[in-house]
Design a protein around this ligand. Sequence first.
Ligand code: SF4
Ligand code: SF4
Length: 434
Amino acid sequence: MPVGGRKQPPVVVEKPEATAVSTISGRSWELPGMWNRMFEPRVLSDYTATGFARIAGLPGGESLEWCYGCGKCVPVCPVDLVGEYGPRKIHRKVQTGMDLFSSDDLWLCTSCANCLRVCPKEVDMTKVMPAVREAAIGDGMVPAELQDVFEKTFRNGNCLGENPRRRNAWTRAAGVPVRVLPTDPGAVDVLFYVEDYWSYHPRGQQAAQCFARILAALDVDFAILGPEEKTLGDSQRVAGEKGLFEALMEDVAATLDKYEFKRIVTPDPHGFNALKKVYPKYGHNYEVSHYTQFLAPLVDKIPFRSEVRHRVTFHDPCYLGRHNGEYDAPRTILDAIPGIELVEMGRCRENGYCCGGGGGGMWLDGFTANHTSERLSERRVREAAETGADVLAVCCPYEVSRFEDAAKSTGNDQLRVMDIVELVDMAMGGTGAV
Ligand code: SF4
Ligand code: SF4
């Protein structure tokens, strides 16, 4: 079956004439073509519930078999838009014999939760997929590129395989002092949990520097963990490595226990999701905000110095929006930046399109490319370009590199991808924004 963008209707088989025979009288008569229009032959097959038995037996896997086939989930699934996917299709395939544990379909879901938003039966792929993936990993079936990330995370405490000692290298060019708790312990108001991409990726480091300058301008008492920081591991969890996630969590909790702080602020919606919703299930409770939630109430105090004359559209991160209900904080900040004209994409807020990075998708681009007509990030960049915006604003560390690559590959080089903090920093007269 061709994948998204090249979908074909079923083949119509219309015979010019046919003969119908009565089973009662034995009489026969000719049928014209209009009565004889049918689709390609359909193969009827028996199926049993056995395909669901192992999935339903997994904690979190129960809901897949609740599907009653209404189809609401398919048109909102971002993967279906560029391929053949959606819970209804997965359900039907399992019903007719597909082994989800060994199928490539297992790794395509980005856990964006748009299907759950519309499903009347509450089929929850954000729980089904991690549960089945965990079992598949136990059976040794995991895409090589994802396995590589798991190993890097295990060895180094970050998904990029970087040296933990370089965690705070970005602070040297921040232009403001950044306190590092292991070398300068003591109580602090805000623990800035930087996470992997803002710590190590060059474009993420620029955003981290902007955020540090904003915190300094607001006189916020903040500090980072530096070399003691490890990833919060939420995407590894959803990608199926629950054991790795739990080990990371215990390390993180032990580190956090050593220091005194009032709240954690992080730029990463995935890390934010872990601290807000998953860590408490294991008894680790913290006051945590995404950086947009921290800055939104403070916008009147940000010392803006110049206008940022850009037409900006904003991409809602799935794990800030649908997973945690925050749609307004990023827009409050963008609205406060002098000179910005904010235009929305058709798919935004609750129905925001996924960048493809969630649920392990960040590390599965090569694998996913074999099953989709284009990357989700490319699809999203084209939607952003259609608004006429010259800046695509983001507030998830996964997105800058994904969308910058997609802007190039789709020929939309005029679209700059900027984190919201880069726009704020630019309006403050900062130098770190691109
Ligand atoms: S919306 Fe829910 S019940 Fe309807 S087809 Fe999709 S998974 Fe099944
Ligand atoms: S969670 Fe998102 S990607 Fe996964 S099946 Fe649902 S809509 Fe599709």
